[in-house]
Design a protein around this ligand. Structure first.
Ligand SMILES: [Zn+2]
Ligand SMILES: [Zn+2]
Length: 136
């Protein structure tokens, strides 16, 4: 059975390459429902490199899904949507990625990002902001 109904609107499975980078993300343990990933064995179409829009056949939930480059084919970034015609826009996808990155690090520090051209605060406990340390 799938876990769609228990998941928030957007989730990301922290990929294996992030574990290898050994970057500590305290928000991942605090908000596990956002980072444990989407689990379903029945997608329409089957998970594949060329599709981004899927329907979970267990519960009927529609998902925008980017596949994990480390571990294909399994969902990496997943965003819920209502159905045909309401697929998430490019901006919606970007804002979901920024939100998940900020949440993974539990927000910002009080110092600016170390990139001199950058206007953002750095992520808590890190030297750079969410634009440089994106989880997707
Ligand atoms: Zn489902
Ligand atoms: Zn920055």
């Amino acid at each position: 059975m799938c876990n769609c109904a228990n998941l928030p609107e957007n989730v990301v499975e922290i990929s294996f390459s992030w574990f290898l980078r050994n970057s500590i993300m305290t928000g991942v343990d605090k908000f596990p429902e956002y980072f444990n990933g989407l689990e379903s064995d029945n997608f329409l179409p089957e998970l594949n490199e060329t599709s981004e829009h899927y329907k979970c056949l267990d519960c009927g939930q529609y998902w925008y899904i980017q596949l994990d480059p480390d571990e294909c084919p399994s969902p990496w970034l997943s965003i819920k949507y209502e159905g045909k015609g309401s697929e998430p826009s490019k901006n919606k996808i970007k804002s979901a990625i920024e939100f998940l990155t900020i949440l993974a690090h539990e927000g910002f520090d009080e110092e600016p990002c170390r990139d001199k051209n950058c206007q953002h605060y750095k992520l808590k406990g890190k030297e750079f902001c969410h634009m440089h340390l994106s989880v997707v």
